[in-house]
Design a protein around this ligand. Structure first.
Ligand code: GDP
Ligand code: IMO
Ligand code: MG
Length: 424
């Protein structure tokens, strides 16, 4: 069985938590795009793990893989392996595999990301992890791959070929080009390459072989649908394709092999960084969602902007991903709000529409049209089955399900493993 999980909004929907929850049913859990711009939180009892690169299935008895469609900062990965070791979780090569062709985020990518962002008059609000510049190099065929840093001779040859171009790019943006061939940094990358060399594998072969022999594979998406570089709210997007189809291209698995596509949906909406968010709340309710939901970026610590559930954006996510079911997270965060609003359409240039306009520029002009529902006053974090939720909370979930026209498979009422249950 091949299952793909993606975020249906602007990221941070709770993908890590859901992946951890269902990983026991899978033999392989695989990242297919993005890099350490992602921050996936898994809470196990009192322990909180913030994972940026290692798939969230790592805490369970499953092998985890990083596919060639990702961009990998080796320093972050080694830091994550060390962090897990300190918590008693040993990450040996039989536990983690990294594709030989994975693009490496070099120090000059991080530098260029920071310089470019500072130079923009209208910011994107990137995580400054070098993601965009690493993907530029992948597409331009100027990348450094995982196999290159594992072989010091190859790394030096590759870097001397790339250096003039990278140096002039940094110089043009007013930075210090000496970072590109800095001996200390190159030595560090060689050391990191040596450490990671035993983990190198062929991900598409492993995944396809697993599927052929009847094993279960879970593809863990990063970011969210509307941050997709092709279909998202450009230019306020990340630099990879975040929709379900990207799992097939990123992992090298044919679309005929996909059995299930699970969309992770927050019971409201958040966004980090710039870009339109039609239902954004700049009032005490927005402040309450942020405080109760602890809406601070896992990677950058920035406050996440919060808003009401946006159905038009969700409708687009459903089309772009072909979801077969939904996991609805953070329902508990909506407790103690008198009236909960669902954005069911937008007003744009005097017309009411129920689907987002194709251009970001137009989305930014959309005014939400709301349907109101009664809230609930009791805390619901202790609830363990759908029927025990307050009737008004059940009504809210049922109404969303009806409007999305996709079954809600899971409902989540807290960060812990026990706080998620099947709806039916
Ligand atoms: P991801 O990037 O999609 O994996 O999501 P993040 O981990 O960045 O952000 C989701 C945050 O919400 C994390 O801190 C989770 O522990 C937390 N979380 C997940 N599900 C729930 C839930 O149902 N209720 C509450 N209160 N927190 C949740
Ligand atoms: P997870 O996997 C939320 C946002 C950044 C910025 C834009 C581009 O935890 O859901 P980038 O550094 O990727 O070039 O930044 O994308 N962004 C995320 N927002 N969750 C994420 O990942 C994100 N990864 C990138 O804030 O607006
Ligand atoms: Mg996150």
């Amino acid at each position: 069985m091949f299952t793909i999980i993606t975020g249906a909004q602007f990221g941070d929907e709770g993908k890590g938590k859901v992946v951890d929850l269902i990983s026991n049913d899978y033999d392989l859990v695989v990242r297919f795009q993005g890099g350490d711009n992602a921050g996936h939180t898994v809470t196990v009892g009192d322990d909180v793990y913030k994972l940026h690169l290692i798939p969230s299935g790592v805490l369970l008895d499953t092998r985890v893989l990083i596919g060639p469609g990702t961009v990998l900062n080796p320093e972050v990965l080694v830091g994550e392996i060390d962090m897990l070791a300190k918590n008693g979780i040993k990450i040996e090569p039989d536990k983690l595999g990294i594709d030989a062709k994975t693009s490496i985020i070099m120090p000059y990518h991080v530098e260029l990301d920071g310089l470019r962002e500072s130079a923009r008059s209208e910011k994107i609000g990137t995580t400054k992890r070098g993601i965009g510049f690493a993907y530029i190099d992948k597409i331009a065929r100027d990348e450094v791959q995982m196999a290159d840093i594992a072989d010091s001779k190859r790394l030096l040859t590759r870097l001397s070929e790339l250096a003039p171009q990278k140096e002039s790019g940094i110089r043009d943006l007013g930075g210090d080009p000496s970072i590109v061939m800095d001996k200390g940094l190159i030595d560090k990358y060689m050391e990191l390459g040596e450490k990671l060399a035993p983990y190198i594998t062929d991900v598409s072969y492993e995944v396809n072989r697993a599927l052929k022999t009847g094993k279960n594979v879970l593809a863990e998406g990063a970011q969210g649908t509307h941050l997709d570089v092709i279909h998202g709210t450009q230019k306020f997007v990340t630099s990879s394709s975040t929709v379900a189809g990207s799992a097939c291209s990123g992992l090298g698995v044919g679309p005929t092999k996909v059995d299930k596509v699970l969309g992770i949906v927050k019971a409201y909406i958040t966004r980090v960084g710039e870009g339109p968010l039609p239902t954004e709340l700049n009032d005490s309710v927005g402040e309450q969602l942020q405080r109760v939901g602890r809406e601070f970026g896992t990677t950058t610590g920035r406050s996440r902007r919060c808003g009401w559930f946006d159905l038009p954006l969700l409708k687009k996510s459903i089309l772009l991903n072909g979801y077969t079911s939904i996991a609805l997270t953070k329902l508990d965060v909506l407790s103690n709000i008198d009236s909960i609003r669902i954005c069911v359409g937008y007003e744009l240039n005097g017309e009411i529409i129920d689907y987002p306009p194709e251009l970001t520029y137009d989305l930014a002009k959309c005014a939400p049209v709301y349907e109101d529902m009664s809230g609930w006053e009791s805390e619901i974090t202790e609830v363990r089955q759908f029927n025990d939720l307050p009737k008004t909370a059940q009504n809210y979930v049922n109404r969303l399900e009806e409007m999305m026209e996709i079954p809600i498979e899971y409902v989540s009422v807290g960060p812990g493993r026990a706080q998620t249950f099947k709806k039916q």
